[in-house]
Design a protein around this ligand. Structure first.
Ligand code: ACO
Length: 324
């Protein structure tokens, strides 16, 4: 049975950077009060990239995909599986993965979306790993991409300051050497209400509430507990101690969540890859974007062990242990 290895990474962020001060000034015109000091102290976020109106998730996903293909030295024609993790697809259907495939100018490969909100990339990577290990794919393009700015209620300061837009991607290729060492995916659907965008389109009309809503404190507690447990479980599955992890690339939601987890796991904070200060929370894009930053700046190197972790709406969470 072949193994699956990450052979390249890519990322793409919209050009427009909105600092906390810019955002506070903009929200003030709506009568919504916030400040750089509040956002930095409670979340660690300093800025976010926001897509221009009309930008589609498939646009960002395609840019990240091209960068990952180049990094891996794999042509688009060689890709036989495309999975896009997103909660902000271009359309109800077809899938964003099919639109990315068309943008890449190739046809034939299987292409579909995965919906697990901020855990989406980890779910998608686990799916691609299973395809490759079963011999059903040789080179998979796995993408997390979001235009979350489109589902935010800009009058709700408890949520709109937390998110940004972007896309990250990896190429996962069949290999004789182990790459993905162990996978844990979990969900607790009874907690679906603590983080949701509970709207839909029926008969051409929006029904329900299409904006993101969140019980921040409930999400905070569940995120810390589920990711701590999941990290221990995935390391036990791989037969390695948590202390042997070289880098942790967690979902980038809140620096306080990440600091709690690293303390509980006794992993030094220097082993955390943190991009939320610059990117904010880009949902399914956050893990591959952070991975791409650390891959390109040379922190993540061949032979190292990396823990990827996602957590988000559903409630969903998951961990993947990777040998680079
Ligand atoms: N600016 C200024 N004041 C604010 C803001 C803001 N942007 N947002 C909330 N406040 C106020 C509230 O109105 C409240 O004021 P009040 O006491 O007068 O009512 C006060 O700050 C405290 O509000 P809380 O919601 O209790 O603040 P908390 O300390 O819980 O921080 C936060 C909120 C940052 C959302 C926190 O709960 C959190 O980090 N939760 C984790 C959830 C998360 O990161 N979600 C991201 C998406 S989910 C995911 O990706 C897994």
């Amino acid at each position: 049975m072949p193994y699956a290895r990450i052979t390249g990474t890519g990322g793409f962020l919209p050009q427009r950077i909105v600092s906390n001060d810019d955002l506070a000034a903009d929200l003030a015109t709506r009568g919504v009060e916030t400040s750089d000091a509040w956002i930095v102290e409670r979340t660690g976020i300093r800025q976010r990239h926001i897509a221009e109106p009309g930008t589609k998730t498939s646009d960002l996903a395609t840019r990240a995909a091209r960068a990952a293909l180049e990094s891996a030295g794999v042509t688009a024609e060689a890709i036989d599986l495309i999975i896009v993790a997103t909660s902000t697809p271009d359309f109800i259907f077809p899938s964003t993965a099919c639109l990315v495939q068309a943008n890449l100018g190739v046809g034939g490969a299987a292409a579909f979306d995965v919906q697990a909100v901020c855990s989406g990339f980890v779910y998608a990577l686990a799916t691609a790993d299973a395809f490759i290990r079963a011999g059903r794919a040789h080179h998979a393009l796995v993408i997390g991409a979001e235009v979350f700015s489109g589902i935010l209620d800009w009058n709700d300061r408890r949520t709109c300051v937390l998110f940004g837009d972007g896309a990250g991607a990896v190429v996962l290729s069949a290999s004789d050497e182990p790459g993905i060492l162990a996978v844990r995916l979990n969900a607790d659907g009874t907690q679906h209400h603590i983080l949701c965008a509970a709207g839909n389109v029926v008969g051409g009309q929006v029904t329900g509430d299409p904006f993101l809503r969140m019980d921040g404190q409930a999400v905070f507690k569940l995120a810390v507990n589920s990711l701590t447990r999941s990290a221990r479980e995935v390391c036990a599955d791989a037969g390695i101690p948590v202390s042997s992890i070289d880098w942790m690339v967690p979902h980038q939601a809140n620096i306080r969540i990440l600091n709690f987890i690293s303390r509980k796991l006794a992993l030094p904070e220097e082993k955390l890859i943190v991009t939320l200060d610059r990117h904010a929370n880009t949902s399914a894009a956050s893990v591959p974007l952070a991975l791409d930053v650390a891959w390109r700046d040379g922190r993540i190197r061949p032979g190292q062990t990396v823990l990827l972790q996602g957590v988000g709406g559903g409630f969903t969470w998951g961990s993947i242990l990777v040998k680079i």
